[in-house]
Ligand binder design. Structure first.
Ligand SMILES: Cc1ncc(COP(=O)(O)O)c(C=O)c1O
Length: 411
């Protein structure tokens, strides 16, 4: 063991202004540090029921089946898709960024037949495209990302929900990066299944994936209910549908654990439960609409400041997420070197990007606990110094002034 390893690990102070994770709300950190209790303790099950009720508020739904999957957000996606899609089922996926590709990849691993709607990065899918794809391909499910942090675009969902409802197709949505910072109306937009994560606008760490399922989605999943041997009652008949291929992400069995039966599936990640409950409580205390507005105003101030740094904003301005701003790296400037200086000298992290945008844009997040005026202003002032030292032409002081003007106009 090296001498360093004999010391407790204490992470350095950072201001996380990338596309997530972001700094946790201190109240969430406190909730995570509570002592554990047994997984069938009445106080534990009360906390689970609280979390279900609170996430109904966050996701704007009356769905009784609103609960947590113990996993990062990717596991929430995988749980929904693995539980809804049986081998051979057809699914349509609009792909407008990295996380659309992830939905395709997961659906393919479920042995589903996947039809992709290719959307240029920086844009979003149109309802007519979806209607046409459904008519041609006849899917059981449409799977779509709401806010794709890789491109910073926010897919409008109300129209897609209507198209799916009219055509009798289920609609799954990954709202990990958008929930809490952009409007998300599970019931009003007729979403059949939604999954999210905590590490963006909900001001928590990654490690819990709240999901919500409407009646139709529950019926599909229940038909595939096969309780594992060792837990199964003597006269318990399995569902008529094919067994869900993943054990860990079997939502039918996870629902047995979150429902009245309290049938053990895995050992609930109690610290993440406490933390997820606190994230939702904090958001609802502020009010979902107020939180979305806070993200809109602070994200707008960041965008105004970045433009005043003589940087070009990325993507369709009509469909930008409130909580992440994409900005082109100036020609000839080493984007990674600048990010390193920003981190080393100012303790501020901004995001790089993936795939076709790798090396082309930075992504600056304004979300959750960091969707605050001071965090925006300090990031702009620090970035300005880094850009000046890298030889980028800009008008000193203009960025913070533009952000302040934005705040004034929003007041
Ligand atoms: C839209 C979206 N979906 C899914 C994920 C995956 O989340 P996790 O890394 O928590 O598994 C992310 C993470 O950035 C995301 O932005």
């Amino acid at each position: 063991m090296s001498p360093d390893m004999q010391e407790a690990f204490v992470p350095p102070a950072r201001l996380l202004m990338g596309p997530g994770p972001i700094n946790c709300d201190p109240r969430v950190l406190r909730a995570m540090s509570h002592q554990l209790i047994g997984q069938f303790d009445p106080e534990m099950t009360r906390c689970m029921n609280d979390a279900m009720a609170l996430y109904r508020g966050v996701l704007r739904t009356g769905n009784p089946w609103t609960f947590l999957v113990d996993s990062t957000a990717r596991g929430g996606i995988e749980a929904c898709l693995a539980s809804l899609l049986a081998p051979g089922d057809r699914v349509v996926v609009p792909v407008f960024g990295r996380f659309g590709h992830l939905l395709v990849e997961i659906a393919q691993r479920c042995a589903a037949q996947v039809r992709v709607i290719e959307v240029p990065w920086g844009e979003v899918a149109r309802p007519e495209q979806l209607a046409e794809a459904i008519d041609r391909f006849g899917p059981k499910l449409v799977a779509c990302v709401q806010g794709d942090t890789s491109t910073t675009m926010c897919q409008p969902l109300a129209d897609l929900g209507q198209v799916c409802a009219d055509k009798g197709v289920l609609l799954y949505c990954d709202a990990t990066a958008s929930v809490g910072g952009n409007a998300l109306e599970t019931d009003a937009w007729q979403l059949s299944a939604v999954s999210v994560g905590l590490q963006k606008c909900l001001a928590g760490p990654s490690g819990s994936a709240p999901v919500s399922l409407n009646e139709e989605a529950v019926a599909v999943i229940r038909a595939r209910h096969h309780v594992e041997a060792g837990l199964r009652g003597a006269d318990e008949a399995p569902g008529s549908g094919p067994r869900i291929q993943s054990n860990y992400f079997d939502l039918a069995m996870i629902m047995d654990y979150w429902g009245e039966r309290r049938l053990n599936h895995h050992t609930e990640a109690a610290s993440m439960l406490f933390c997820a409950r606190e994230c939702a409580r904090i958001l609802l205390r502020e009010g979902v609409d107020a939180a979305v507005e806070r993200h809109r105003i602070n994200g707008g101030a960041m965008a105004a400041g970045l433009a005043a740094l003589n940087l070009r904003l990325y993507g369709d301005p009509d469909h930008r997420m409130n909580n992440v701003v994409g900005v082109y790296i100036p020609d000839g400037l080493d984007g990674e070197a600048l990010r390193r200086v920003l981190l080393a000298d100012f303790g501020i992290e901004i995001g790089t990007s993936f795939g076709p945008l790798d090396g082309l844009i930075w992504r600056v997040g304004v979300m959750g606990y960091n969707a605050r005026r001071d965090a925006v202003l300090v990031t702009l002032a620090s970035l300005e110094q880094c850009l000046l030292r890298a030889g980028h032409r800009l008008s000193p002081g203009a960025a913070v002034a533009a952000a302040l003007a934005h705040y004034d106009s929003a007041a």
